[in-house]
Design a protein around this ligand. Structure first.
Ligand code: CO
Length: 210
């Protein structure tokens, strides 16, 4: 048996279990998607949105990329954001980073990672904004942990810089945006930053004709 055959077998067993438990389960899910949350997380296989939050299919709309970044030219992220905010009408957006993030650690090195350099550049910029604070931390792991937290904070603020969020804040008083960091070592999530609807941001990034 190939490793991937096990996935298909497990899928059959899971589908059967769900139907045994609730015969209408898939029928109901297939006809309605009304998640309250958009999750922007890291692609890391150890940080699965549903499992670590005890949520079920249908509850969280998910976007994941290396180091949970909100890059303002990323058509993929922006499409997910637009759909989640304007069609699904999510009430909360969660940017969830995690300690021990390979993307954050890679951005702290001088190593050439090829095409990934272009993605990591965005994390290096976060380091530069907070250089004094991060460089003052002696322990290397703690430095990476702090950059992970500050990176989440910057990505939450990047969301607030989009017209998509500013428009929803102005006309619908949602969504509430949360910055969280998950601990690989204890499985616990630590809230590190948040922005409520209509929080004031740097006027440089404010649109006044939404
Ligand atoms: Co990661």
């Amino acid at each position: 048996m190939h490793s991937y055959d096990k996935l298909l077998l497990m899928n059959k067993a899971w589908a059967k279990e769900m139907v045994d438990d609730d015969p209408d389960y898939f029928n109901r899910l297939a006809h309605l998607q009304t998640p309250e949350f958009l999750w922007i997380g890291c692609s890391d296989s150890r940080v699965p949105a549903n499992e670590i939050t005890g949520t079920q299919p249908g509850e969280i709309f998910v976007h994941r990329n290396i180091a949970n970044m909100v890059v303002n030219t990323d058509l993929n992220l922006l499409s997910v954001l637009d759909y989640a905010v304007n069609h699904l009408k999510v009430r909360h957006i969660i940017v969830c980073g995690h300690y021990g993030c390979g993307g954050v650690k890679a951005a702290m090195t001088k190593h050439d990672f090829g095409i990934i350099n272009k993605w990591l550049r965005n994390i290096k910029d976060v380091y530069r904004f907070h250089r004094t604070e991060i460089d003052a931390i002696e322990d290397e792991e703690k430095r990476a942990d702090r950059l992970t937290e500050l990176n989440v904070q910057e990505q939450v603020m990047n969301l607030a810089k989009t017209a998509i969020i500013q428009r929803a804040w102005q006309y619908e008083k949602r969504p509430h945006i949360h910055g969280w960091v998950y601990g690989l070592k204890d499985g616990l999530i630590k809230p590190v930053f948040e922005m409520e609807p209509q929080t004031h941001i740097d006027p440089l990034y404010e649109f006044d004709d939404l």
